[in-house]
Design a binder for this molecule. Structure first.
Ligand code: GLA
Length: 375
């Protein structure tokens, strides 16, 4: 009998708007990009988890008994081992002594650019989770898989990320951005037809790599929690941008501007949904640019490279531009007429060189499909 091989893939993401909002109980509006991570998983007869990555050019073999958060290896294989652990598959394999099939062979190939802030890690976790869900007939819903893969990242890999990246990787639809309520993970698909409007979304990777473990991300999370607690609230849902002014004098300036970013960004997400529904891309662009100013000045997570890329995009006629993802590096996006893309790329390249910044990389992507089993 030939052994069963399950194949699955999952995409990286761009967040159109709603940055640093997922862990603040708000709404976000990301979409999946065309770049995907592909996995193939089969059982094997010895208690070994073999993980082979084409991009890393590495094969790592972990004994089943060495899977667990306290035994993490601090390399890329933790995303895979963490997902196995979070879904309880290591326990299932351990119980399977009679059949003898208590190991896994996992092969990975990925197109998602690494270190660009496009969620290559969520793409890997989600592809592995979807394949394991099928191979072990776990019958977990996409929402459950999103929560379990986030748990893998938080508890196994050890980074305090929110739920956005895994949710969009699993639940995206081609041609739409996804409005996600990060409290209960309910979603609405919002059509986002760039082509019809003659627009493209240019992704500008500054090539400045950041790590969510570096501290700035966790610090922003703590600022928000502490500011809310000081006001006697337990969730951002209890407050809106108009009410914030009433509390201005009860907060330090840092806490006030952190909350001002979060609450104004949530309002911009809803306004962007309305603008997209009305086909008003000019308005979407304005909101995106406002989001950047807020991330730069109030949340203070931008970088000189991101700011330069955004300002050049606006000067070249983009409808809007902003940094995306956690910040402190990674990528910016520009919503721009297709025919202006080449000009913008050259401007960014020459200006980066003049400033002695690392040469940037460029990508484009329309909203693409979410995670799927592959035949
Ligand atoms: C990273 C995290 C997400 C989210 C963004 C900021 O990408 O993984 O959960 O918090 O930063 O919006």
């Amino acid at each position: 009998m030939s052994r069963q091989v399950v194949k699955a893939s999952a995409p990286g993401r761009i967040n159109l708007i709603g940055e640093h909002i997922d862990y603040n109980d708000g709404w976000v509006l990301p979409f999946a990009i065309k770049y995907r991570t592909y996995v193939e998983i089969a059982r094997r007869s010895d208690p070994i988890i073999s993980i082979e990555s084409q991009e890393q050019d590495q094969k790592i073999e972990i004994p089943l008994t060495e899977i667990g958060p306290e035994k993490r290896r601090n390399d890329w294989s933790d995303y895979v081992a963490g997902t196995i652990w979070s879904l309880g598959v290591d326990t299932l394999l351990g119980e399977n002594d009679q059949g003898g099939e208590n190991g896994l062979d996992i092969k990975i190939r990925s197109e998602v650019p690494l270190g660009a802030g496009l969620s290559s890690s969520a793409a890997l976790e989600c592809a592995v989770a979807l394949a394991l869900n099928q191979l072990f007939s776990l019958k977990l819903s996409l929402i459950e898989l999103a929560r379990l893969t986030q748990r893998a990242e938080n508890l196994y890999v050890g980074v305090p990320t929110g739920i956005m990246d895994q949710s969009i990787s699993l639940m995206a639809h081609q041609g739409s951005a996804l409005l996600i309520d990060c409290l209960d993970l309910s979603t609405r698909h919002i059509p986002f037809d760039l082509e019809r409007a003659g627009l493209e979304l240019l992704i500008i990777d500054t090539n400045v790599h950041h790590h969510l473990t570096d501290g700035g991300y966790g610090e922003r999370r703590r600022d928000c929690e502490m500011a809310l607690a000081q006001l006697g609230f337990s969730s951002m849902r209890q407050l809106d941008i108009n009410q914030l002014e009433l509390f201005k004098n009860s907060l330090s300036n840092t806490f006030y501007i952190r909350l001002r970013h979060v609450l104004s960004e949530i309002s911009r997400v809803h306004q962007s949904v309305d603008a997209l529904k009305a086909g008003d891309f000019k308005r979407v662009g304005q909101l995106i640019y406002q989001s950047h100013s807020s991330l730069r000045d109030d949340y203070q997570v931008s970088s000189p490279e991101l700011d330069l890329a955004v300002e050049l995009a606006i000067a070249e006629g983009a409808l809007g531009a902003r940094m995306v993802g956690g910040g402190f590096g990674g990528s910016a996006i520009a919503l721009i007429d297709i025919e202006k893309i080449q000009g913008l790329k050259s401007k960014i390249e020459s200006n980066f060189a003049e400033n002695n910044f690392i040469a940037p990389r460029f990508f484009t992507s329309k909203p693409s499909r979410g995670a799927a089993l592959e035949i």
